[in-house]
Design a protein around this ligand. Structure first.
Ligand SMILES: *Cc1c(COP(=O)(O)O)cnc(C)c1O
Length: 387
């Protein structure tokens, strides 16, 4: 039995997959089981932030695996303490909670928001505003938070207490932000929703209203965070800091992690016994995360991410088939004039290029370490496909 047949026999078919068996990777190059090579413009959905098998990252992970791969959260480990300190200092937060995925990071933020409000105001202030077209994860709670009706099927009843506001609609926000609301949760750039950035005025209004009403702000930076947009947090572009920020995808360079970062307001909301995760803060993942942070914090790294993003944007806009380009840094959405993004992404596989879609757009989330030469190679393939 071939790999694909065997896989489909034993693994539930919850994904639409391409007929491609990935075997290994090196830098920004992936290789399938037949030895065919691909330039990677997807990073496994923004996860392999340093590309495949970055040497420092591999060394950090292997060293930690040889030393201590896991211990229960009844004990402390130095690698967790070191990673938490580095992350809080880099992101500008006070403390954080360790989970294993974006959805878990968001669950944590939602729980903290509700408990903050319950502790201070008691019951009845549990609603959380999320945005239409948002994406917050696949657990029942984060699906409920997700502002896209296509996700609200089959699994009834969903978790109560989420109110959707139209992105960039200030009147809608004002109308719905009443005294039943404890938090507003949003992506600065909606990723799965089609790489759609929020307007600065809308974000300003969220912060103004939330400040006025002691409503918490939660940024889901699972996709936009950790240098993806050319700053450590996408919020840094907007000049705002949310009370809570969630990170996951690129944070540990391709091993599972998700964190909820907290500022002053929520720093002491979770008390012993109120939240937990067996695998949360896994030492191997923390070691990988430290390697990622070291790289991202190195001199000039983020400026280069921004420059590479600009370079790609300019080149894309010269392609006649490209209607518009959205996003920031190395999070890029490409709207096409006539072609279907899904068809282009599929055709790109044949030509040796890994791309993503986001709704009707082609989405690029290349490894942050991609070189100009690799960018040119990938864009040449994309340009030919769009001819
Ligand atoms: C991917 C994503 C999630 C979900 O992350 P998982 O690790 O798949 O649970 C949540 N929010 C945003 C913005 C994402 O892009």
């Amino acid at each position: 039995m071939g790999t694909i047949e065997q896989f489909n026999k034993y693994v539930m078919r919850s994904y639409g997959r391409y007929d491609l068996v990935m075997d290994k990777g090196d830098g920004r190059r992936a290789e399938d089981e037949n030895g065919k090579e691909y330039i990677d413009f997807g990073s496994g959905i923004g996860t392999n932030s340093l590309g495949y098998c970055n040497e420092d990252w591999v060394n950090a992970i292997c060293e930690q695996a040889r030393k201590l791969q896991h211990t229960s959260n009844y004990y402390y480990t130095k690698v967790q303490a070191d990673f938490a300190k580095a992350l809080c200092e880099t992101a500008g937060y006070i403390d954080m909670f360790f989970g294993n995925s974006g959805a878990e990071a968001n669950e944590c933020a939602i729980k903290i928001a509700r408990k903050y409000s319950f502790d201070k105001y008691s019951k009845g202030r549990h609603n959380i505003i999320t945005l239409v077209n948002s994406f917050h994860g696949r657990t029942l709670c984060t699906l409920s938070a997700t502002g896209q009706d296509v996700f609200h099927n089959y699994f009834f009843p969903f978790v109560e207490g989420f109110i959707n506001v139209e992105a960039n609609n200030i009147d809608d926000l004002r109308a719905k932000l009443d005294d039943t609301v404890c938090a507003v949760m949003f992506e600065y750039i909606q990723g799965e929703g089609g790489v759609c950035p929020l307007d600065k005025e809308f974000v300003d209004e969220i912060f103004r209203l939330c400040d006025e009403k002691d409503v918490l702000t939660i940024a889901d930076e699972v996709q936009t965070g950790v240098g993806r947009t050319g700053k450590f947090l996408a919020g840094d572009h907007f000049g705002h800091k949310t009370d809570l920020t969630t990170l996951a995808k690129g944070l540990a360079g391709g091993v599972p992690i998700g964190v909820c970062l907290s500022g002053e307001k929520c720093a002491n909301v979770l008390t012993p016994g109120t939240h937990g995760s067996t695998f949360g803060g896994n030492p191997i993942c923390c070691a990988g995360g430290l390697a990622v942070l070291n790289k991202i914090n190195s001199e000039g790294f983020l400026a280069e991410v921004a420059e590479k993003g600009e370079y790609i944007r300019e080149k894309l806009l010269k392609i006649p088939e490209v209607k518009s380009v959205s996003g920031m840094g190395l999070m890029i959405g490409v709207e096409l004039k006539t072609k279907s993004a899904a068809d282009v992404v599929r055709a790109a596989l044949d030509k040796g290029l890994l791309l993503l879609t986001a709704k009707t757009k082609v989405r690029l989330l290349p490894p942050l370490t991609i070189t100009y030469e690799e960018i040119d190679k990938g864009l040449t393939i994309l340009e030919e496909l769009l001819r």
